[in-house]
Design a protein around this ligand. Structure first.
Ligand SMILES: [Zn+2]
Length: 566
């Protein structure tokens, strides 16, 4: 529990941005028992167990101290209390993504031209032109996933080499569509040494460089993560002195989207160090719960990993930064490849997987493991059931992550084991690509209604920022409508908006082991909440994707407000 936020900081942050809300100024007093901050006259969607709707919230320090009617809460004001009049607006708990590669993204965020939330190809082309101008001749224009051509509602066609040449004749361009393919222009091909009549550079996956009948490269590199990796590896690196600014831009973008806490797959040391520093200065605006551990890629590495697992210590941090779970890989040869339509785990591989899992269970560590395809999920559950007989895993919160091809009987097996499902619908951007690969099989990837009905503890996340986009409202809209970013209907099974919101807040608090601290607007919990520009519960389903936070609060501090200078 951390209670070191000063009310002075809250005062300072509110003053910068008094534009949107009516803030009643009262003389400041740092001491006293009255709340520091009140939100009144709103529709407070608490997401508590009864899904209570309230009107007002009181915050003292970093905690929620009262939730109730505006009349009741207003009475709590003391001389130093600030009141934010919500004027009827809806507030929800701070959104939690249970699986985002957030820290990795800090290394490229400032350099990337991101298409998250861009649903017009025309607009994307404009952005390309502007970025080319901004970086100047020979500067790279690129992104590393997080979007797909099918999200462009006005025109879903792929980019061609010639088109990108015309848009940015003087710049190398590399646009990575999820982990599916990369679009390059002629300058980029030249820089990579990919030319007609020349052999492919040796680090590219054979066959991934698309060529026409005459052998001329088309500008498309296609395959999966292994095919796109050599391009990403060639992108310009951020200067070390820019890492902090890039990370700041990233956390501002996620706060602007209403996200406050994260299960972070892979806590990159350089970015984590910056966040540790911000934390010590009382200005870290996100909560980081690391998913990490010594995954093995071969039987020899399993030998080396096992003693490390025994020594692994979790939960040494606090409510801002902590290590909470082993993952997301256990034995990498069994890591389902994105867009693979089938998997065939071998007995040898599974034996290695089980040795690792046995050790993780023996060390009583939580586990969050990448598992996507039906065969893989079955095979992992076979192993976990065997492990469970020797070292019971109940109460360790083991979770399968992604699980787009999960079915009802697998959910039942998981429930019996006391497991969780971390659902990351890749179809939010990849729905059209998945339909190409899986046909109608993609209609139920993921089977959201089946998952909800199963009664398992499950949460929604994105798996961004390359495999997926990161905007939670786009993901919530997908869960409610079955429509991917840009509006194509790609899945059949949808859930109601209350269940979707619960899965992005209170349920994800379990995944980060903070169900007593986060995930709902309740007395005693940390004051993380988001004020929205329209009501999530009553706007038409097709408008959910357009909802914008107007204020994001973390630990009682306003970390984003519309119209402020961010
Ligand atoms: Zn994964």
């Amino acid at each position: 529990m951390t209670r070191r936020r000063s009310s002075g900081a809250i005062v300072a942050m509110l003053c910068v941005a008094a534009g949107v809300f009516q803030i009643l100024r009262v003389p400041t007093s740092a001491q006293g028992s009255a709340p520091d901050l009140l939100f009144t006259n709103g529709k407070i969607v608490t997401v508590d167990e009864r899904f209570t709707i309230a009107q007002a919230v009181a915050v003292k320090g970093d905690r929620i101290v009262a939730v109730g009617s505006s009349q009741e809460i207003a009475k709590l004001a003391g001389p130093g209390t600030r009141t934010v009049d919500l004027r009827g607006r809806t507030a929800i708990p701070g959104l939690i993504d249970n699986h985002l590669h957030l820290l990795r993204a800090g290394n490229t965020w400032e350099l990337e031209l991101r298409f998250d939330g861009i649903y017009s190809r025309k607009q994307a082309v404009e952005m390309l032109r502007e970025r080319a101008k901004k970086v100047g001749a020979a500067g790279w224009v690129f992104n590393i996933g997080g979007w797909a051509t099918a999200q462009f509602a006005d025109d879903r066609k792929p980019f061609t080499r010639e088109e990108l040449d015309a848009i940015a004749p003087d710049n190398p361009v590399a646009l990575q569509e999820s982990y599916y393919q990369v679009f390059l222009n002629s300058r980029a091909l030249k820089e990579f040494g990919i030319e007609a009549g020349k052999p492919d550079p040796p680090d590219f996956v054979p066959g991934s460089i698309q060529r026409d009948a005459a052998g001329k490269p088309t500008g498309i590199i296609r395959g999966d993560i292994a095919a796109t990796r050599p391009v990403a590896a060639r992108m310009p690196k951020l200067a070390p002195e820019r890492l902090e600014a890039s990370t700041l831009q990233l956390v501002q973008d996620v706060n602007r989207a209403g996200l406050t806490s994260f299960g972070v797959a892979g806590c990159d040391a350089g970015v984590l160090e910056i966040m540790q520093r911000w934390k010590s200065q009382g200005r870290l605006p996100v909560r980081i719960f690391c998913i990490g551990g010594a995954a093995a890629g071969s039987p020899e590495q399993v030998e080396r990993s096992i003693p490390q697992i025994a020594k692994m210590k979790l939960f040494q941090g606090d409510n801002y930064i902590d290590d909470v779970v082993f993952g997301e890989s256990v034995y990498t040869p069994l890591h389902d490849r994105m867009f693979a339509v089938d998997s065939d785990p071998t007995p040898d591989q599974l034996a290695q997987w089980r040795r690792m899992a046995m050790e993780i269970a023996k060390a009583r560590l939580p586990l969050h493991v990448h598992a996507e395809l039906r065969n893989t999920i079955d095979a992992f559950l076979d192993q976990i059931e065997a492990v469970n007989k020797e070292y019971p895993i109940r109460n360790l919160r083991w979770a399968l992550a992604h699980v787009n091809q999960i079915n009802a009987s697998q959910l039942e097996r998981m429930k019996k084991l006391g497991m969780y499902a971390a659902v990351h619908p890749w179809a939010v951007i990849n729905g059209a690509i998945m339909h190409e690969g899986f046909g109608h099989g993609a209609d139920d990837m993921p089977p959201l209604a089946t998952i909800q009905r199963s009664g398992i503890t499950w949460g929604l996340g994105s798996d961004g920022t390359a495999a997926n986009q990161f905007l939670p409202m786009t993901a919530l809209a997908f869960a409610v409508t079955g429509k991917m970013a840009g509006g194509l209907k790609v899945i059949n099974q949808t859930i109601d908006r209350e269940d979707a919101l619960i899965a992005y807040t209170r349920k994800n608090a379990y995944f980060v082991f903070r169900e007593n601290e986060l995930g709902s607007i309740q007395v005693g919990k940390l004051a993380d909440l988001v004020v929205l520009d329209r009501d999530y519960l009553t706007v038409s389903a097709d408008q959910i994707k357009d909802i914008k936070p107007v204020m994001t609060v973390v630990g009682g501090k306003v970390v984003y407000e519309v119209g402020s200078k961010q």
